[in-house]
Design a protein around this ligand. Sequence first.
Ligand code: GTP
Length: 619
Amino acid sequence: MENLISLVNKIQRACTALGDHGDTSALPTLWDSLPAIAVVGGQEYVDDVLNFSSGKSSVLESIVGKDFLPRGSGIVTRRPLVLQLHKLDEGREYAEFLHLPRKKFTDFAAVRKEIQDETDRETGRSSKQISSVPIHLSIYSPNVVNLTLIDLPGLTKVAVDGQPESIVQDIENMVRSFIEKPNCIILAISPANQDLATSDAIKISREVDPTGERTLGVLTKIDLMDKGTDAAEILEGKSYRLKFPWVGVVNRSQADINKNVDMIAARRREREYFSTTPEYKHLANRMGSEHLAKMLSKHLETVIKSRIPGIQSLINKTVAELETELSRLGKPIAADAGGKLYTIMEICRLFDQIYKEHLDGVRPGGDKIYNVFDNQLPAALKRLQFDKQLSMENIRKLITEADGYQPHLIAPEQGYRRLIDSSLVTIRGPAEAAVDAVHGLLKDLVHKAINETVELRQYPALRVEVGNAAIESLDRMKDFSRKATLQLVDMESSYLTVDFFRKLPQDVEKGGNPTHSIFDRYNDVYLRRIGTTVLSYVNMVCAGLRNSIPKSIVYCQVREAKKSLLDHFFIELGAMEPKRLSSLLNEDPAVMERRTALAKRLELYKAAQAEIDAVAWSK
Ligand SMILES: Nc1nc2c(ncn2[C@@H]2O[C@H](COP(=O)(O)OP(=O)(O)OP(=O)(O)O)[C@@H](O)[C@H]2O)c(=O)[nH]1
């Protein structure tokens, strides 16, 4: 059972190291789920003189058996003090602070000074403000029981000693923030020489724990009660009843403190007081600081034990949540240039893969390219107005011009060529449009693939660079494709298909029945026949280009995009300075911070998980 308290101690220390100590945090806190005993007491000043103090410090010192808490006027306790007591079987007592690992304090006056100094380090010596960041003090001694207590600043009604007015409310808020947590056991300390109805500790405890299930009442200064009055009614549970019996204590008086009365001797005197005072004799076995310490230790263990399943399930749930969020945030960045380069290449590869999947039909979008070849290009070719080129007027004009000063004798060879050229040149338009349309689609797919590459979300700079590099590659491919595709069209002009003309009906040469004489060679029928021949030749060429333009486009753009979209970028990466590589992996600082915080928290929860599981199994 003993290891239950030390288990919670360990987790509490880890929580503090992580900044997870129960105050407002965006992350779930393990601290809140751990049972703890918070010590609450009031102090009342009238005209700057401490009139009623609860005797909280005295109770804690008595439990520890040592003088070690700072004393002085005003509000001395300004940070929570997590006091972890570890029982030693034998040997000399010593103390350790979490913030000063490896330093063993055997002089408890030095412990007191360190508490003061550490308080000032966090809150500032002059401002005398309060802070909810706890100080962790472990005391190892044969005179203690295993127990953890959190000493909170004393509740007060007025600020004194140059402390800001706001401190009164600040203290109340801090105390409340600790004791309102359902896992907090409240050790409410009230002086017996003051009316319990006015006790600050009881008032605030009632507020947060109306049924008293978590409140343990301690009555101090029983020896200082007015003559003729006693606390028997309260201690017997007849008045001011709490769920747990009240414990009365008698601490050292101021005179004892001044005389340096030894704490162990004071405990003995306290024992004698209860066993010899007639009013309390019958209660002696459950009175005094020693009994209080043992009772608290037992109670804390029982509560921890009962909470273990709840803590385990909270830890398991939180571990799962943290892991999900961490995987959503992505992996942390490697520190060295090689690691960075590897990360970038890896992410580029993932992007490239997604891009290919779009083209290969695994993801949508690639089908639109076929639509260009199957619909857009044929429709554009169809829309070409060859009839304009081949109007009677144009044919006559071109034939006449081509003839020059010497009219053609048999067939207008030059005229044919000019008419064909002037028609074929218009195919360049649809050819270029097809190149552009495919380029546009390939670009759209880059944007899609960028958005779908989850890993790129983490690195806005890399995302931009990869996008730009891919578009630049596509631009280069488009230029190459345009050249190749236009060459296909231009090639048609450079050499005409001889067979086509050979196969034409040769009625003129056959000497059949020419409808015109050689001098009628510019008449309409003759020109129409030329027009029809040219049109049918151009249509034949169009049909061919309709098939070959897609081949050229796929070869130059689609296939290249699939093969080498980021090749240029990879070459650039290889030559990049480490600084530039780092800047590519510049994450959003908020993401970076969040990941570090989550990773640390996950580590804490996993460690806690292992420890609690070990204890739970050995129950
Ligand atoms: N006679 C007697 N004196 C006590 C008892 N408890 C505390 N005192 C005295 O009351 C005074 C205040 O005690 P503290 O323990 O410092 O009280 P506190 O509530 O912690 O007050 P701060 O230290 O100011 O936070 C000291 O002079 C103690 O000696 C007690 O049970 N009997």
